[in-house]
Design a binder for this molecule. Structure first.
Ligand code: ADP
Ligand code: MG
Length: 716
């Protein structure tokens, strides 16, 4: 389908330019001496291609330079404070020390002088000296008859000759460093741009680009660096965003294609007898939503096309039962299954749950965590390899290369937000032969907004558990300001007196993170203060896992009333008697995290309470608090969290193991994402995994970007 068309967008390129190779080194370009090339390299800018892809973070409308007297006259006549730009030579400088040190300078041009004042600007100390020439731009005011700018932008220039700038020009502002200011980057990019654009090769076929109403790649690069107006910059950005999304979606589609075409999993059709046997093992009747998901999984497991499915369901929605259902299907067919948990605490909890469910059956279950003793470990490993164990439950210790299975048919990854794409790839290598891979089910309690699911888990099919289990109610959520935390703990004492248990979550492990409440200090202050007499335990991620597990066991057994913990208890922990979740400095946590935390309580039939103590430092933080208090739907909260915080922070983006997107904004560019996805699917649908001659350049690019993370290189 593709044919790499010659550099289009010649409309944007001055005819006289000579081509500059994109792989040409930045060192030696006009304006880049050896000293500067190191500074460029520091920003990752080594080649002309790197420069082309160094995109502006924003644009500023350039202000026309004015002679100082003209600027002064205009300021006298104007009612508002207007941004002005003057060019001249520094005549005098004064450094005024103090709590807010300031630099005062007089800048002169041939017409007059202006006072420049900078507060707290140590980086300017060396630059602002008598004789220094530069352009000062800032909001100009009259003070005591003097024209003055406070904290103006300062751009050093070689000469003071006034060059008339064209007003209204958009100036690109680049990611820069102190040694390499944006103005210098701008000059170098502007100089190479005409020649570099001639070397730009558009890998996306012109008909597709035109069909989507996008500009050519060369035009996009031209207009993103030197836009005439904002609409032009935006259409350029859209084109580059589309390319980025298209590559990601091509990678996902290729991944799906490869899994479907090159790998096989055992087909395990479900008979009525097997189904009956499995259901009789579960201690409760499955809810309609659980049954629906199990049916979807059963269809997948019945085929040789490997299942690659994401199960999302709110905290406490009953995902474990679904996992057991899938694992027992494998066992019923004489194969093995594995359940992978993100922490030892969770792995142990799963092991206990599954052992209880299957007590008295012939299913043999092995637990494997990092803390297993060497001798026990050897028994587990040989049992998995020989088929002596049917089910393995453990942590990432199960991913080690030495762990091999006789016949792994189902692999389940719980709480995916600690596991990326590579883990799935590792699990695929555990079958007896390379071509036979397990069916994979990834489970997460963090509902993933659709836009992120399509971007970062685009190679997965998605199932969702909706609605609450019969025994569950949504915890009551309250927001409390910090100065009222005593009231919270006084009330907490009354719950403890009733025999209930509570979690208190703080952001830090120890006191080294300044300004954050930590487990050690907070637990001690509660113990010695307002909660005197209560039995308080401590859990955090930096503890030895055996110690952590011991505390959890004491808490579960009711030997502790309160657990002061870090976010480590966010995932999966199931303590039916815990009814209260107090979160300190709640503004430090993400919405999805808070929702997860509150899902830890009220699991045993008693009503749960969640108290978020905090000081919303901004309007956004306040609206996040309001949202979590108002909503109990994890899917809704996830969408909102994404809107408020952006995908950078969000689950999936970081944890997926994929390189981050540079241009596309997953919230704003959602329609573009859907287009790119449709285009990628059609493309892969007609050309397989991009191995047609015309697609090879694009294939190389896609594999270069995502091959390692998605395991695309393994094949072909
Ligand atoms: P999560 O989705 O957070 O992993 P779990 O699988 O831990 O949720 O289930 C939460 C609790 O609900 C567990 O105690 C489990 O035994 C119980 N449970 C799961 N499914 C059902 C059901 N269909 N009926 C009653 N209780 C259930
Ligand atoms: Mg769970």
């Amino acid at each position: 389908m593709s044919d790499s068309n010659a550099p289009s967008g010649n409309d944007a390129v001055p005819a006289a330019a000579t081509p500059i190779e994109l792989n040409r080194s930045v060192a030696g370009l006009p304006g880049v001496g050896s000293q500067f090339s190191a500074r460029f390299a520091h920003l990752g800018l080594r080649t002309v291609g790197d420069l082309l892809n160094h995109l502006p973070i924003r644009y500023e409308t350039e202000v026309a330079e004015a002679a100082v007297t003209d600027a002064k006259a205009a300021t006298e006549q104007s009612e508002e404070t207007v941004t002005r730009s003057v060019r001249g030579e520094i005549e005098k400088v004064r450094h005024i020390p103090g709590r807010r040190p300031r630099i005062e300078a007089l800048l002169a041009d041939t017409s007059g002088t202006i006072r420049l004042v900078w507060f707290n600007a140590p980086w300017l100390v060396k630059k602002i000296h008598p004789g220094a020439c530069g352009i000062a731009q800032g909001r100009a005011k009259l003070r005591g008859g003097y024209l003055e700018m406070v904290n103006p932008r300062w751009e050093p220039v070689a000469e003071t000759v006034h060059v008339a700038a064209h007003t209204g020009r958009l100036r690109p502002i680049y990611p820069a460093t102190e040694e390499l200011p944006t103005a210098r980057i701008e000059r170098v990019i502007a100089a190479i741009l005409p020649g570099a654009l001639l070397s730009v090769v558009d890998l996306v076929p012109a008909p597709l680009i035109e069909g989507r109403g996008l500009v050519s790649l060369a035009t996009a690069y031209h207009q993103i660096h030197l836009p005439h107006h904002r609409a032009e910059a935006e259409s350029a950005r859209r084109r580059l965003a589309y390319d980025e999304l298209l590559c990601l979606q091509l990678a996902m589609a290729m991944r799906r294609w490869q899994v479907r075409h090159a790998m096989r999993a055992p087909a395990m059709p479900l008979s009525a007898a097997i189904e009956e046997r499995i259901h009789s093992r579960l201690p409760f009747a499955l809810t309609p939503s659980q049954l629906e998901v199990c049916a979807e999984i059963a269809v997948d497991l019945g085929k040789t096309i490997p299942m690659n499915r994401l199960l999302q369901g709110d905290v406490g929605s009953g995902k474990t039962a679904v996992a057991v259902y899938a694992m027992l299907t494998a066992v019923a067919h004489g194969h093995q299954a594995v359940l992978l948990a993100p922490t030892e605490i969770l792995a142990d909890q799963h092991l206990r749950t599954v052992e209880t469910m299957l007590a008295g059956s012939r299913v043999r279950i092995a637990g494997l965590t990092g803390s297993l003793r060497t001798a026990d470990r050897a028994v587990v490993l040989s049992g998995l390899a020989s088929g002596g164990f049917d089910i393995a439950i453990g942590t990432h210790a199960l991913l080690g290369a030495h762990v091999q299975f006789k016949s792994l048919a189902v692999a389940i990854i719980d709480e995916q937000h600690r596991f990326g794409v590579e883990q799935r790839a590792a699990l695929r290598s555990k079958g007896p032969v390379a071509e036979q891979v397990p069916h994979i089910l990834v489970m997460t309690a963090t509902p993933i907004p659709r836009t992120l699911a399509l971007s970062f888990f685009g190679d997965l099919d998605i199932s969702s558990l909706r609605g609450l289990l019969p025994s569950r109610t949504t915890p009551t959520t309250r927001i409390m300001p910090t100065q009222r935390s005593d009231e919270v703990y006084t009330w907490l004492k009354t719950r403890i007196a009733k025999g209930e248990q509570a979690f208190v979550v703080v952001p830090a492990v120890d006191g080294s993170d300044l300004g954050l409440k930590d487990v050690a200090t907070h637990a001690q202050s509660l113990e010695e203060g307002i909660l005197r007499g209560c039995r308080i335990g401590r859990v955090h991620g930096q503890m030895k896992s055996a110690a952590g597990e011991e505390v959890m066991a004491d808490f579960r057994a009711g030997k502790l009333d309160i657990l002061v913990a870090t976010i480590i208890i966010e995932v999966g922990v199931d303590i039916p008697n815990a009814t209260v979740m107090v979160v300190e400095q709640a503004e430090r946590f993400g919405l999805a995290q808070l929702h997860q935390l509150r899902g830890r309580v009220g699991r045993g039939g008693k009503h749960g309470y969640c108290v978020l103590i905090g000081e919303p430092p901004s309007e956004i933080a306040q609206s996040r608090f309001d949202a979590i208090a108002a909503s109990s739907d994890g899917f809704e909260i996830a969408e909102l969290d994404l809107k408020l915080r952006g995908p950078g922070e969000f689950f999936g983006a970081r944890q997926s193991g994929l390189p981050p997107l540079r241009v596309a904004d997953l919230v704003e560019d959602f329609p573009l994402l859907l287009q790119a996805r449709a285009d990628a699917e059609a493309w892969i649908g007609s050309s397989g995994d991009l191995s047609a001659a015309g697609d090879l350049a694009l294939r190389t690019r896609v594999i270069g970007l995502y091959g390692a993370a998605l395991g695309l290189c393994d094949i072909g």
